[in-house]
Write a protein that binds this ligand. Structure first.
Ligand SMILES: NC(=O)C1=CN([C@@H]2O[C@H](COP(=O)(O)OP(=O)(O)OC[C@H]3O[C@@H](n4cnc5c(N)ncnc54)[C@H](OP(=O)(O)O)[C@@H]3O)[C@@H](O)[C@H]2O)C=CC1
Ligand SMILES: CC(C)CCC[C@@H](C)[C@H]1CC=C2C3=C(CC[C@@]21C)[C@@]1(C)CC[C@H](O)C[C@@H]1CC3
Length: 379
């Protein structure tokens, strides 16, 4: 039937549709596979930023390798008859099993954190209110030996899971209608590029506030493991049940929007990463900067002179390109754009606060020089 968003749902799933032991088993196989791939030798072992106790943690940089090996294994499985398309009919129980698992997992993390030394706690997650701390995460970098739970969950099971859910939906569409639609190809290709990029530049996650500042609690565990794969794949889910006609000129226009978004996103992220690693690198040495009291500098020209968060702008433009192949007949495929706008506005406000605390007057000067936050002349 036609998709609708307003009005009561035609039916609500009962518990018997949510709970399936096979879904739980599949989830555990998936998590086990990703843990095994994490433990494989890495092309590089990177050091994180200095912690309160002056130590630095070490992280394997092998996320892209995990993506490629997963693709090989899934490819082998499919050629041996594994019905990957059938995954599309298991998404609801799988999402339920993942949510339940994230909840129990975060309870265990909370209990583990009760024994952690004060220096290992996250700045925001040790209020003493146990529900609040459970939600935001008490411990900053929970580990078992050298296995880092937060770093593992941040990019692997969820982001890699997302592209394989997309692929399952594409295969199912081909089974249902003879071949995948152009819209489905675009959504798969765009989101694979995004996930491939995130894993290729995995090391840059080590300087994000998720790793440096936020504890590992229910919000992040649920976000990484359940929210990302099952809601970020909504466009492909929508297309399976509501096929959209998409002409070549429109498809090319959407590709152009994606390329522009990616160009800004990658350009901005790489420019900052290069500058932070080595300010005299030839590609950034000519940029104008503001000195700060910490000894670090802030870029005021190049991408970071256009708006204060050019990477968010590129990310948002890409988000739009992921939704456009689904047409404009329904709001659901645009859910990601709306949610992501809210997430980035909130994230930007948190980052601003931290930068003001870190850089004080120099940050105020930067805000004066670069008045817009995400969209030039608008916001
Ligand atoms: N799809 C998704 O669900 C999500 C995607 N993202 C994406 O992840 C990427 C990373 O985002 P995020 O982790 O929020 O943070 P950013 O990469 O935007 O980093 C912010 C930090 O950059 C440094 N910085 C800010 N301005 C300047 C400047 N002018 N010159 C030099 N350094 C500066 C500051 O840190 P310091 O000075 O200490 O270096 C600041 O704290 C973005 O592209 C974002 O869109 C993020 C969240 C969710
Ligand atoms: C708690 C929320 C409900 C959901 C949070 C999910 C996020 C933690 C992840 C979703 C996509 C991500 C990407 C990155 C980090 C993890 C999250 C934020 C990167 C920022 C890592 C750095 C790269 O330069 C870009 C990545 C994009 C995707």
């Amino acid at each position: 039937g036609p998709a609708r968003l307003l009005g009561p749902p035609t039916y609500l799933p009962g518990l018997e549709e949510l709970w399936s032991p096979q879904a739980l088993l599949l989830l555990f196989i998936w998590l086990g596979l990703q843990v095994a791939l994490y433990l494989l030798p890495a092309r590089k072992v990177a050091e994180g930023l200095e912690l309160k106790d002056k130590s630095r943690l070490r992280y394997p940089i092998n996320g892209f390798q995990a993506l490629v090996l997963t693709a090989l294994l899934v490819g082998l499985g499919v050629s041996a008859g594994l019905p990957l398309g059938a995954l599309s009919e298991m998404l609801l129980p799988l999402a339920f099993a993942t949510t339940l698992t994230s909840f129990i997992f975060s309870l265990l993390l909370y209990v583990k954190a009760l024994a952690a030394p004060v220096s290992a706690l996250a700045p925001g997650g040790n209020s003493g209110n146990s529900i609040y701390d459970f939600f935001l995460g008490r411990e900053l970098n929970p580990r078992l030996g050298s296995f880092d739970f937060k770093y593992f969950c941040e990019l692997r099971p969820g982001l890699i899971g997302w592209v394989f859910i997309n692929l399952a939906l594409l295969i199912q569409e081909a089974e249902l209608r003879g071949s995948p639609s152009l819209a489905m190809w675009l959504v798969n290709a765009f989101q694979l590029l995004y996930v491939g990029d995130a894993l290729w530049y995995e090391e840059s996650v080590l300087t994000t506030m998720d790793i440096i500042h936020d504890g590992f609690g229910f919000m992040l565990a649920f976000g990484d493991l359940a929210w990302v794969p099952f809601t970020y794949s909504l466009q492909a889910q929508f297309l399976l049940y509501h096929p959209q006609p998409l002409g070549l000129p429109m498809a090319l226009l959407i590709c152009l929007i994606k390329v522009i978004g990616y160009y800004i996103f990658r350009g901005a992220n790489s420019q900052k990463n290069t500058f932070r690693k080595n300010p005299s690198d030839p590609s950034v040495a000519g940029l104008e900067t503001i000195p700060t009291a910490t000894g670090r500098q802030l870029l005021v020209s190049g991408w970071w002179g256009m708006v204060r968060h050019p990477n968010y702008l590129g990310d948002l433009i890409m988000a739009l390109a992921w939704s456009l192949p689904c047409g404009v007949s329904h709001l659901l495929p645009y859910f990601y754009v709306l949610y992501f706008t809210a997430l980035l506005v909130h994230r930007e406000a948190r980052d601003e606060q931290q930068c003001l605390r870190k850089y004080g007057h120099a940050w105020q000067e930067y805000c004066k020089r670069v008045p817009y936050r995400i969209i030039p002349y608008v916001y």
